[in-house]
Ligand binder design. Structure first.
Ligand code: GSH
Length: 212
C-alpha cells in the first residue's frame, strides 16, 4: 500500500485553502508525491474525467493506486490512516477529545464565515491585500473567528493542542485572512498564524504560491 506512488491534483492559481490542506498533509507525512496543476475553473473535459474517477470533480484530488479521492478532509484522514504514526508524523491529535475538537474546527472552517471569506479571499492571503476596510457582517465573522481561535490558542502557543496538528494549518490560514490584510486581531493570534506560515510543510505551499 505505502509503496505506491502518490499524485496530487492542485490548481494553478495557488489560492485554494483545500489544496493547501492536502499539500500540508502530504508534506507533514514526508511523503514523495507528484503535483498536477489544473486551471480554475476546471475545464469541463478534465472535470468530467476527474469526476468519473474521484466521484467529485474537484481539487484537491489525491491519487494513490486505484484510489482517486477528493475532499480535503477525506484526503488528510486517508493519509493519516494509511501512513500511520510512528512510521510517519501524526496529522491528528492522539487524544480522542482533542481529535474530535480538531475535526469540529476544521468542519466549521469549511462551512462557515462566508462573509469574511468573501471580504478577505485567499487571493489576498497568498497575493496582494484588498484595500476595502472590514465592516458589517465580515467584521462580525472575523470577531467570531477570533473568539473561537482564542478558545484554543493561548498567548505564546503555536498549536491548538499539546502538539501541532493539521487543524493548526487550517486555523492559521483563516487567521491569515486578517493578518495579511492588516485587520485588527489579538497579537498572540497573529503570532500563532505567523508560526504556521513558518512551518516547513506550510512554507512549501506558501512559497509555491508566492512564486506563481
Ligand atoms: N469541500 C472541498 C472543496 C473543494 C473545492 O471546492 N475545490 C475547488 C477549488 S478551491 C474546485 O475544485 N472547484 C472546481 C472548479 O472550480 O471547476 C474540499 O474540502 O476539498
Amino acid at each position: 500500500m505505502g509503496a505506491m506512488s502518490l499524485r496530487l491534483y492542485a490548481e494553478s492559481t495557488w489560492v485554494s485553502p483545500w489544496v493547501f490542506h492536502a499539500m500540508v498533509a502530504l508534506e507533514e507525512k514526508r511523503l514523495p508525491y507528484t503535483l498536477e496543476l489544473l486551471p480554475l475553473p476546471i475545464p469541463p473535459a478534465q472535470r468530467d474525467e476527474l469526476a468519473a474517477r474521484s466521484v467529485l470533480g474537484k481539487v484537491p484530488a489525491l491519487v494513490h493506486g486505484d484510489l482517486w479521492l477528493t475532499e480535503s478532509l477525506a484526503i488528510s484522514e486517508y493519509l493519516a490512516e494509511t501512513f500511520r504514526f510512528p512510521d510517519h508524523p501524526r496529522l491528528f491529535p492522539s487524544d480522542l477529545a482533542d481529535r474530535a475538537r480538531a475535526r469540529q474546527v476544521m468542519g466549521w472552517l469549511r462551512t462557515d464565515l462566508m462573509p469574511l471569506r468573501e471580504a478577505r479571499p485567499t487571493s489576498s492571503v497568498f497575493g496582494p491585500p484588498v484595500t476595502e476596510p472590514l465592516t458589517g457582517k465580515a467584521r462580525a465573522h472575523a470577531d467570531e473567528l477570533i473568539r473561537v481561535a482564542s478558545r484554543f490558542v493561548a498567548a505564546g502557543r503555536t498549536s491548538m493542542f499539546e502538539s501541532w496538528c493539521i487543524a493548526d494549518a487550517d486555523l492559521g490560514l483563516a487567521l491569515m485572512r486578517l493578518v495579511k490584510n492588516h485587520d485588527e486581531l489579538p497579537a498572540h493570534l497573529a503570532a500563532y498564524a505567523e508560526a504556521q506560515w513558518a512551518r516547513p510543510s506550510v512554507k512549501v505551499y506558501v512559497d509555491r504560491a508566492a512564486a506563481k
